[in-house]
Design a protein around this ligand. Structure first.
Ligand code: AMP
Length: 331
């Protein structure tokens, strides 16, 4: 039998491919340094710090993560994120008798906590800020990291220095702001390209406890749970970062509170939730990213019923890898 001819590309497909290829080329000639603003602050935490102190520092500074520094070895030691606090909560659930010890734990105990609860160790990934941005994106996708520290080496002292942290959002916004002429070519709809997750969605109700929702996030290895009503209508979204205000002051008992109560503790500057429809086009998703601090889009129908979730990792994966058959030799 003669091999079947590949289907000719439609004009829509051709534009989409051209847009994606141009964005990929752009990412190969830009570095992580290019993404950084001219002036920024960087809060780095010493691993000798008490975990409960680190929590207050994050809250006081309205940040949700910070790179870690081991001053004994004078080396970068990973990044503190909401996943670490979720691990601490799991530790509290598994070893309730050790509650008094929990207060004394320092950031350098995080790896022991991880081992004690049997969590998959968090890889200490970093990238050099002068490497192509494309590489940083691939590292993020491979390790499922939503943020990645940029670590340079001082040429005089040969010592490591943490330059900044880049997030999936910053990268996608950088693409959106500098590539409008390419993102307008992405006219296929979310439905056409199957962007996001549409089956086996993990959801919760306002009355569920924060602990139940945290367990759901851990079991499914996801960073957000849509909160729906009895008719599957979207009410809100509980995100991994929402855990931080819940354990403020080291009071873990408050985790028995409902999701509804926990969401009231969100800081005023929280970006809120963004929704889209299945027929929205990829260019409009980039428009939203260009204009707003969006961390995911929840796909709803005309009746506001939950249909799916588009995480920034889904968007980044699509932009980098869709249509690429062999990615085995990509570092
Ligand atoms: P994230 O953890 O947000 O980076 O998402 C990782 C993957 O899980 C992405 O492919 C998302 O579409 C998917 N995802 C995110 N949240 C949920 C959820 N609540 N239920 C099912 N899948 C999800």
């Amino acid at each position: 039998m003669a091999p079947s001819e590949p289907k000719p590309l439609s004009p829509l497909d051709k534009d989409q491919l051209q847009g994606l290829n141009s964005i990929r080329e752009f990412l190969k000639v830009r570095t992580s340094y290019d993404v950084l603003p001219l002036s920024f602050r960087l809060i780095v935490l010493d691993t000798e710090l008490l975990i409960k102190k680190s929590l207050s520092i994050l809250i006081q500074n309205s940040i949700v993560s910070a790179p870690l520094w081991d001053s004994r070895t004078a080396r970068f030691a990973g990044i503190l994120t909401s996943t670490d606090f979720i691990n601490v909560i799991q530790y509290y659930c598994q070893f309730p008798d050790e509650m008094s010890k929990l207060d004394q734990f320092r950031l350098n105990s995080l790896r022991d906590i991880e081992k004690a609860i049997g969590a998959v160790p968090i890889e200490t990934v970093s990238v050099h800020p002068s490497k192509p941005l494309f590489e940083a994106c691939l590292r993020m996708l491979k390790t499922r990291a939503r943020r990645i520290p940029l670590v340079d080496v001082d040429s005089e002292t040969n010592k490591e220095m943490v330059v900044s942290v880049i997030t999936q959002y910053r990268i996608l916004k950088f693409i959106a702001v500098n590539n409008e002429h390419n993102t307008v070519l992405l006219k296929k709809t979310v439905l056409d390209i199957g962007l996001g997750t549409y089956s086996k969605l993990a959801t919760a109700r306002m009355s569920d406890s924060v602990l139940d929702v945290i367990h759901l996030m851990v079991d499914q290895n996801i960073s957000c749970i849509p909160i729906v009503d009895g008719n599957n209508r979207l009410l809100n979204v509980f995100e991994a970062v929402d855990v931080i205000p819940c354990i403020k002051g080291g009071i873990y008992e408050e985790l028995d509170a409902s999701v509804g109560e926990a969401l009231c503790k969100r800081p005023d500057e929280s970006p809120g939730i963004y929704t889209c429809g299945e027929n929205d086009r990829m260019d409009s998703i980039f428009d939203t990213i260009r204009k707003s601090r969006v961390h995911r889009l929840i796909v709803v129908d005309d009746d506001n019923k939950l249909k799916g979730i588009i995480s920034l990792s889904d968007v980044l994966k699509y932009v980098l890898l869709s249509g690429v058959e062999d990615t085995s030799n990509w570092s």
